[in-house]
Write a protein that binds this ligand. Sequence first.
Ligand code: NDP
Length: 433
Amino acid sequence: IAKNPSEPEFHQAVTEVFETIRPLIEANEEEYKKQAVLERITEPERMIKFRVPWVDDNGQVQVNMGIRVQFNSAIGPYKGGLRFHPSVNQGIIKFLGFEQIFKNSLTGLPIGGGKGGSDFDPKGKSDREVMAFCQSFMTELCKHIGADTDVPAGDIGVGGREIGYLFGQYKRIKGLYEGVLTGKGLTYGGSLARTEATGYGLVYFTEEMLKCHDDDIAGKTIVVSGAGNVAIYAIEKCHQLGAKVVTCSDSTGWVYDPEGIDLDALKEIKEVKRARLTEYKNYRPNSEYHEGRGVWSVKCDVALPCATQNELFLEDAKQLVANGCIAVCEGANMPTTLDATKYLQENGVMFAPGKASNAGGVATSALEMSQNSERLSWTFEEVDSKLKNIMVNIYHNIDDAAKRYNKEGDYVTGANIAGFEKVLNAMLAQGVC
Ligand code: NDP
């Protein structure tokens, strides 16, 4: 904490990992101390912070902060999204980069951990303003990334439009047509099923977890938070598998639709109009719209937090338990606070941490990198079936790791140990670096 002041989210992420890998560390205490394993894994290999000046539609120069944290390259080139949101700061990007190391390790694919972003807010900006910002951002970032060194992707506030502008500027400056970003459009190197991957992957994971507990996702009532990329495609896959999602939310309010969220309406509002959820009632008069937060108060079997970090608190966890919720699987990164996680686990709720259950996005990004390298495109079905296999394997991998350390059913411990072990072995094999 003294070394990294004012970074509460980073401290929270490190605390969760270190608390749970204790048995692994204790079994090798002397060696790991000598090798300064914990010190090395919490210090990013490199952090680049830069100024992003751009001109708005009134001719006014605006200045934002840009950052890329290249956290760990032990098992592959840095990989992780870019977040454009006014709340972005160094501590948030470091927490996301740190989590990304273990998540990427769990996918079984050769990708290291990184993350980046800016405090720029794309909301309410014209396309020209977003382009001007992206071009300026990439003018600096392009010096530090490449298809074999660091491959960013999208995250909050960075979707297909932003990736397109970023890719165009990279190509223009570097003169290279390479897979330097993932989440690209299908006409210029994107992968089928990447848009759907995080949400679909989350639901494949949840389906497998329930199946291994002699249960079925079909027929379940599900609450989802968020209304962005992850939330929309989680809702789509839940409905395809016969479950009913009754809520979604954005940063101003939330929707309750007892008949099940109308996905066409949601996509139209969020993906086409880029509007607010207040509009949902125009499409579904029987639904309810509420200001503020509240999705966790709705009775459900399964909860899928898919908006942002620290959005499910202890009091929400208590409400979920009281309402009979049996599983919480994280679609967002660290949406559940540490005390809420503990409460859910202690009260018999199956709890899947984001680094396992939302790994489908980055896994499919790695599949996009493979397709770019061989200059081929796979079919939707091929990518989707690989995604499903990866999610099923992640579930079994973390379940086994938890059992190996006598923590059966503790998927937080299982995910952290399984993710950490592989990275650590690679780091130790590569010497002091
Ligand atoms: P989007 O920008 O597409 O959507 C984010 C959604 O969450 C929006 O509905 C947004 O509402 C809401 N939201 C954002 N910040 C807040 C907040 N402070 N309070 C309440 N609601 C908020 O992002 P994604 O769907 O891509 O990402 C969602 C989460 O999933 C993030 O934690 C991200 O790191 C994680 N994730 C994303 C992956 C991906 O492939 N996209 C991969 C793995 C994890 P509003 O429109 O009002 O801002």
